[in-house]
Design a protein around this ligand. Structure first.
Ligand SMILES: [Zn+2]
Length: 53
């Protein structure tokens, strides 16, 4: 199993995953809905460094 964590391409925050009927939406608290093709999927197995700018 290869789990990933969706992250915002703009602010690198973990995205909230909203599952509607058949569709999945990704929501950033700062940027709102993020199109799935723009989402950064980061392998959750690797260590996550939170770089705050
Ligand atoms: Zn964002």
């Amino acid at each position: 199993m290869n789990e990933t964590t969706p992250r915002c391409p703009d602010c690198d925050q973990p995205l909230e995953v909203l599952k509607a009927c058949g569709a999945v939406d990704y929501f950033c608290a700062t940027h709102g809905l993020i199109s799935k093709k723009r989402v950064n999927f980061v392998p959750s197995g690797s260590q996550q460094n939170n770089h705050k700018k």
